[in-house]
Design a protein around this ligand. Structure first.
Ligand code: ZN
Length: 410
């Protein structure tokens, strides 16, 4: 039987668990050690450590202290791993914990976190998703049901001190350009809520002051939120410290490209069954600076899409120069307007784009002044026909839409 090296008790606080940490720092001691070739299981909290509840109020999303996240399981030390190696991680399987067969999606208040479309959806809102085996649906969003593309939003190895200092310097410099911006341009170290795993005493307090926040993806991977880095994938991580120090968390049952809703995908507590091995001196051998990965042989087979285009002209009609972010935002907004014609609220449509296996593509970046981004909405996740036709969205004589009626997102 495969050993579960890190266990989590969802009824307890993640800060009481010494195998959990919420900052990146090279001095965080390994929670456990494995050998190349070993396979093992790590359990994880959801990224908020259980703060978001399965209920019908979004007050928790509104009030969360975002300096507390993300709660990661690890670091796992791999014997023989040295700086410059590649750590090969096979994600053999990933699942939800049996005592927690549900997940959440939401968007933060503009005053506390924001999100990709925060100017359009400035209030905190939330939807709860139930898992039935490999499928999920939400009592807050009728008419959609899809298979999970389960993946860790966050996985990576510990940085060395030079890399940690580099991260803090460059992100601090960015914050200094507009320190009062809401939401902030980046997240500086925040010692008050730092959980440094097994560190204690003065060393712990010093490390908490400089431990990098887990919010952005960086050279080591980290919070990449790549939906296709799913169970069955093989990932090659750069190693910066002896033992590598692999940590994982922020499991997603499913997510659309971009994780545009930010809180987040369909967030869940769960477990990861993985196997590790090493490519000695692999970073130099392959010229690898950021992780690379191979996709899973198994993905949900949704192959029919309605594809929305967006260009780099913003909502106010302002022309931007080849701005892919503006273009993708327009593609998302176009999809939301379309879905509203079928009876969804804007918030429900936004949530669908953040949770379903939606693809986002950078389609053109050279045709000045407009970049073109596309959002690929899978049609088969809907329990009714969403394709355009001459009759328009199907409505009953009483004006209602041909989909189950339900209350809105909370
Ligand atoms: Zn997440």
């Amino acid at each position: 039987m495969t050993d579960t090296l890190i266990k989590v008790d969802l009824t307890k606080s993640p800060t009481d668990n010494e195998n959990i940490h919420n900052r990146w720092h090279p001095d965080i001691p390994m929670a456990c050690w494995v050998k190349p070739g070993d396979d093992f299981i790590l359990e994880t909290f959801d990224w908020t450590g259980g703060f978001i509840k399965n209920n019908d109020s979004a007050d928790d999303v509104r009030d969360i202290d975002l300096t507390t996240v993300h709660y990661l399981s690890g670091p796992v030390g791999v014997t023989g791993a040295e700086p410059g190696d590649l750590l090969v991680v096979d994600l053999l399987d990933i699942g939800a914990k049996q005592d927690s067969l549900w997940g959440f999606n939401g968007f933060f208040s503009k005053k506390n976190g924001g999100g990709f479309l925060t100017d359009h959806f400035p209030e905190a809102q939330k939807s709860i998703w139930d898992f039935k085996g490999m499928f999920t649906s939400s009592r807050h969003i009728p008419g959609v049901n899809f298979a999970g593309l389960i993946h860790p939003g966050l996985i990576g190895c510990l940085p060395d001190k030079a890399m940690l200092d580099l991260w803090n310097k460059r992100e601090g410099d960015l914050i200094a350009t507009d320190p009062d911006r809401v939401p902030g341009l980046a997240n500086p170290p925040s010692a008050g809520t730092a959980h440094m795993g097994r560190m204690t005493g003065a060393a712990r307090d010093k490390a908490a002051l400089e431990g990098a926040r887990t919010v952005p993806p960086r050279e080591h991977g980290g919070n990449c939120d790549i939906k296709d880095l799913s169970r069955g994938s093989k990932v090659f991580f750069p190693v910066y410290v002896d033992g590598a120090g692999l940590s994982v968390g922020d499991l997603h049952f499913s997510q659309g490209d971009g994780e545009i809703t930010f809180c987040g995908a369909i967030e869940m507590a769960g477990w990861v069954h993985m196997r590790v091995s090493l490519i000695k001196d692999g970073m130099a051998k392959y010229g690898i600076k950021n992780p690379v990965f191979k996709p899973s042989p198994m993905t949900p087979n949704y192959n029919d899409y309605l594809i929305f285009e967006g260009i780099s002209v913003d909502e106010a009609g302002k022309q931007h120069y080849l701005d892919v972010q503006v273009a993708y935002r327009q593609a998302c907004l176009n999809a939301i307007e379309y879905l509203k014609k079928f009876g969804y609220s804007g918030a429900q449509a936004y949530s669908i784009l953040g949770t379903a296996p939606v693809q986002g593509h950078i389609s053109g970046v050279v045709d000045v002044p407009n970049s073109c981004a596309t959002l690929w909405l899978p049609t088969q996740i809907f329990e009714f026909d969403i394709n355009p036709n001459a009759l328009g969205p199907i409505k009953h004589l009483d004006g209602s839409i041909d989909m189950p009626l339900s209350h809105d997102l909370i």
